[in-house]
Write a protein that binds this ligand. Structure first.
Ligand SMILES: NC(=O)C1=CN([C@@H]2O[C@H](COP(=O)(O)OP(=O)(O)OC[C@H]3O[C@@H](n4cnc5c(N)ncnc54)[C@H](O)[C@@H]3O)[C@@H](O)[C@H]2O)[C@@H](O)CC1
Ligand SMILES: Nc1ncnc2c1ncn2[C@@H]1O[C@H](COP(=O)(O)OP(=O)(O)O)[C@@H](O)[C@H]1O
Length: 494
């Protein structure tokens, strides 16, 4: 897990060091890291560093200071180093160091500045750092220049990932002290490009992180182990309430994903066309036709095998089907681990959530969930601060909330947050969420309900990582749809 922090948290960690007079040392480390990555970008782009051209956009604060010291180091290596002064005041010691090293400071609107920008191999964006959220006019940057953001792209909110209209897209963000949350959620990944973290020695001063980014090692830890003496029941039996006359395909996708993710047994609850298709397309599934008994925990379920079910996956493709809606309600009453998606989400109420419940809304569904919980929130509000609203949902529904999107945000009701950025826009295809539901369902069917809810949230985040990894792997070969995703969903598990 990679810990990520808000801008406020980073500045709080920095404060005692600044009080001890270590500000210059921190800035020197940041500048060194920025210079090293700029040299690497120059070598990649131009095959050399000597004689190349770097322009830095310099704002009024320490962010500009970092870049001025970095430019000075580049100038000393034979790089033509130009600082564009965007504000009346810039970091004085940094500007002096740059001039001493042979670099140049240019006025923002001067013809020299425009020429320097047009000829730049690399542009360093150091207008604003974590101390600001935009409102500064920035020059246009040429398309063929590499853009490196200093700490954060200027105007990007380091905590939320919200961007100002003028924010420039970077190819690389060199960030200092620790990863910032805003670089991995919201619009952050789109604007930050690749992110490199430079250790500047904040170490012990950093408190508990704002959130964690999931890595492949976390996935290995989170997945259930296959025991030598396993049998199909001990591996877990997933009850899948999915599909309707209108959307039978969603049930097929979820069922296929659950089977390929290694569920011990899949019980599908469906009728009509969905049931017929499941019988041929997913022969591993064991069908239950007709309505579920309203009281599944009562006597009578043993005969039809429903009592063997260890977890539920609810919602893909049930649409307006009344019987399937009633089945969702019956399944929720069992108190078994549940993943609820799509049309099942409205049946989870703020009081019926629980520590074994994973809710998987996309943006529109999250908005509806929050509204149903009595919170006044719009899509725009959620997009401006997705972590905040995913947390509100997790707390309001006392459930794990996995908020799907380009970055998937997973919150436990205890306040911990994990983010998956291991994904590709190729996953934005109809049915992709149904596959995720099947995968989470398969993992949940083997879930030990004695384990803490935070571990359940980690499991859900691991599922998002796997789903993303399969998308990335498939995309390398060709474009793909949800059927291929379901077909390969187990591939990173082996
Ligand atoms: N946090 C750390 O551990 C370290 C931080 N460093 C750098 O320091 C940065 C934070 O420094 P600062 O707090 O000085 O913040 P910034 O460099 O982000 O600048 C904020 C300043 O910009 C002004 N400002 C904001 N919006 C403006 C606008 N639209 N037009 C004109 N001026 C505007 C503010 O009044 C404030 O003075 C970090 O991003 C990082 O680059 C480094 O020096 C190394 C250590
Ligand atoms: N731009 C994107 N980049 C990466 N992943 C995405 C993107 N858009 C959507 N996804 C992922 O694709 C899946 C879509 O799920 P969902 O919205 O429920 O679709 P559906 O209901 O059609 O199955 C989610 O896992 C989501 O995280």
């Amino acid at each position: 897990m990679i810990p990520a922090f808000t801008g406020e948290q980073i500045r709080a960690a920095e404060a005692p060091l600044l009080e001890r007079g270590e500000g210059d040392r921190l800035m020197a480390k940041a500048a060194y890291g920025l210079a090293q990555h700029t040299l690497r970008a120059l070598r990649e782009r131009n095959g050399r560093t000597y004689g190349t051209r770097v322009v830095a956009l310099i704002g009024p604060g320490n962010n500009g200071g970092d870049a001025l010291f970095a430019l000075a180091k580049l100038a000393a290596r034979g790089v033509a180093a130009h600082a564009i002064q965007l504000t009346q005041r810039i970091h004085e010691a940094g500007a002096a160091e740059l001039k001493r090293a042979g670099g140049v400071v240019l006025e923002k609107d001067s013809p020299e500045a425009q020429r320097a920008i047009a000829a730049a191999d690399v542009i360093i964006d150091a207008a604003l750092g974590t101390g600001a959220t935009g409102g500064m006019s920035l020059p246009e940057v040429p398309r063929d220049a590499r853009v490196i953001a200093c700490d954060v792209p200027s105007g990007l909110h380091a905590g939320t990932g919200r961007v100002a209209p003028e924010t420039i897209r970077a190819d690389l963000t060199v960030t200092f002290g620790a990863l910032k949350s805003g670089l991995v959620v919201g619009r952050g990944p789109e604007y930050a490009g690749r992110v490199e973290v430079i250790d500047i020695g904040l170490g012990d001063h950093l408190g508990a992180p704002d959130l964690y980014v999931v890595e492949s090692a976390d996935v290995v830890d989170a997945l259930p182990r296959l025991e030598r003496n396993a049998n199909k029941y001990s591996r877990g039996v997933l009850g899948l309430v999915a599909g309707s006359a209108q959307y039978p395909g969603a049930a097929i996708l979820s069922a296929r994903a659950a089977v390929n993710a290694g569920v011990g047994m899949l019980r599908t609850i469906a009728d009509g066309l969905t049931a017929e298709l499941l019988a041929t397309e997913v022969p591993e599934s064991v069908a239950h036709h007709g309505a579920l008994p309203a009281n599944l925990n009562g006597s009578g379920s043993r005969d039809n095998g429903l009592s063997r079910i260890t977890a539920w996956a609810l919602g893909p493709g049930i649409g307006e089907d009344k019987q399937q809606q009633a089945n969702v309600e019956s399944a929720l009453k069992t108190g078994l681990p549940v993943v609820a998606d799509a049309s099942a989400l409205p049946y989870v109420t703020p009081s019926s959530g629980g520590s074994h419940v994973v809710l998987t809304p996309h943006l529109g569904e999250l908005e509806r969930m929050l509204t149903a919980a009595g919170l006044r929130v719009s899509r725009d509000d959620i997009e401006a601060d997705p972590v905040r609203w995913a947390r509100w949902a997790a707390v309001s529904y006392n459930s794990v909330v996995l908020f799907k999107g380009p970055s998937t945000i997973v919150c436990s009701p205890e306040g911990f947050t994990w983010v998956n950025t291991n994904s590709t826009p190729a996953l934005a295809t109809a049915g992709s969420g149904d596959v995720l539901t099947g995968l989470i369902g398969a993992l949940l069917s083997a879930w030990d309900t004695q384990r803490p809810v935070n571990d359940l949230a980690k499991l859900a985040a691991a599922a998002a990582f796997l789903h993303g990894q399969v998308g990335i792997d498939l995309e390398r070969r060709s474009s793909f749809g949800a059927t291929a995703l379901a077909e390969h969903i187990g591939s990173p598990l082996v």
